[in-house]
Design a protein around this ligand. Structure first.
Ligand code: GAL
Length: 383
């Protein structure tokens, strides 16, 4: 259930601050969304983190198009992965009187004063893909099933290593091991990174426990595996260092858990440059991914990257728009998870979308036949 109390608290606090009577549907003014206002009279502020990851560009395009089709004006800003820039952009959206805010944060905990300011003037806030933490003033959250992303990444790794069969059951022909793997995580200030990691580690743990898998670097804490700001170059450098420090003399490395496609490509560059094979067939380790970026789909088709996780951002944008419309018309947005996303102050009611594992054997069915990419785009490795 949508936490109506929170939403009303925001509106009531504002009404009190402005000396207004709290009002419902009848032109709430600055005391809350004007639930009678037509979309054509309303602007939605959309704060996006960066354009360096393909997905955020697609998310932004889809949100803008969808909201405009409904008649809303859209104020969309990308922050170049710079926290002060994102804070300023949101401050400005609030000052210009947007009706609602959709926020994909860079650092989920860094926007508390913006969220307070939005609540003080009754602007509802929806966290987009990444949870906004440490604040009471988050009304709703739309995202994917982030824990399952991590489970799928680990299952893909185990499948690629031959430890699970194609039904993801223990394989009768599994190698005895120990097999050597290294683990990468995302940016620690992104709540998603923790869920991806948790899902993956929970799935891999039995294989560590029985000695089938080993991590020769010993770097098994998320703090050691993290990749600040999800930067490709950082992951590439860490992989290079791991190889020179822990895999000298041609010691075998069998797989790498990588949480996002640009990081996967950095890791693959490091492995290829170190002479660890050009394709999986000729010995390149199994490397996972996330986001189904076009460059990685080409690598999967070519047998270089093993797998990725597809999150259909068209559906996430659509769900975000449905939730925004609900809030702006005074309704409770539909939630399908009211337990998982505790942001440190409250459990934020959420709508989670499903994810799909993509392998060489199914990328055509999942991505080409559904029209997400054309075969030509896959062949070129670019949009
Ligand atoms: C996460 C997001 C992933 C990936 C990553 C890096 O928060 O859920 O899809 O894009 O950030 O941008």
């Amino acid at each position: 259930m949508y936490n109506r109390r929170t939403f009303m608290l925001g509106a009531t606090a504002t009404a009190a601050a402005l000396g207004l009577a709290a009002c419902g549907g009848e032109g709430a003014g600055s005391g809350g969304p004007d639930t009678d206002a037509a979309p054509s009279e309303q602007t939605v502020g959309v704060a996006m983190p960066t354009q360096t990851y393909e997905r955020w560009v697609a998310d932004g395009d889809n949100i803008k198009k969808g909201l405009e089709e409904k008649g809303f004006t859209v104020d969309m800003q990308y922050a170049g992965d710079d926290i002060p820039t994102q804070q300023q952009q949101i401050d400005q959206m609030i000052n210009s009187g947007v009706s609602a805010l959709l926020i994909a944060s860079i650092d989920g905990a860094s926007l508390s004063s913006q969220l307070d300011a939005a609540a003080a003037v009754g602007i509802p806030v929806i966290a987009y893909d990444r949870l906004l933490t440490d604040s009471e003033n988050v009304d709703f959250y739309v995202t994917f099933d982030n824990y399952t992303v991590g489970v799928n990444q680990a299952n893909a790794l185990l499948f690629g290593l031959g430890l699970l069969d194609e039904s993801f059951e223990p394989s009768p022909d599994a190698p005895e091991g120990p097999l050597n793997v290294e683990l990468f995580a995302g940016s620690l200030d992104d709540n998603n990174a923790h869920l991806f990691w948790q899902g993956a580690i929970d799935t891999l743990q039995p294989f560590f426990d029985d000695g089938t898998l080993e991590v020769p670097s010993g770097q098994m804490d998320i703090d050691q595996a993290a990749t600040q700001r999800w930067e490709q170059e950082t992951a590439q450098k860490r992989m290079e260092t791991l190889l020179t420090t822990h895999y000298a003399g041609g010691k075998e490395i069998d797989g790498v858990l990588a949480p996002a496609d640009p990081l996967s490509r950095g890791i693959l560059n490091a492995l290829q440059n170190a002479g660890r094979g050009d394709t999986i067939e000729d010995g390149l380790p199994i490397v996972t991914g996330q986001d189904a970026e076009i460059a990685s789909i080409k690598l999967i088709a070519d047998g270089v990257q093993h797998s990725t996780i597809f999150k259909d951002t068209r559906n996430l944008a659509e769900q975000a728009i449905i939730s925004t419309e609900s809030i702006l018309t005074g309704e409770e947005p539909e939630a399908n998870d009211t337990e998982t996303y505790d942001n440190g102050v409250k459990v934020v009611p959420s709508y989670l979308l499903e994810v799909q594992m993509v392998l060489q054997s199914n990328y055509e069915e999942i991505l080409v036949e559904t029209g997400y990419y054309t075969e030509e785009q896959v062949e070129a490795g670019q949009l």
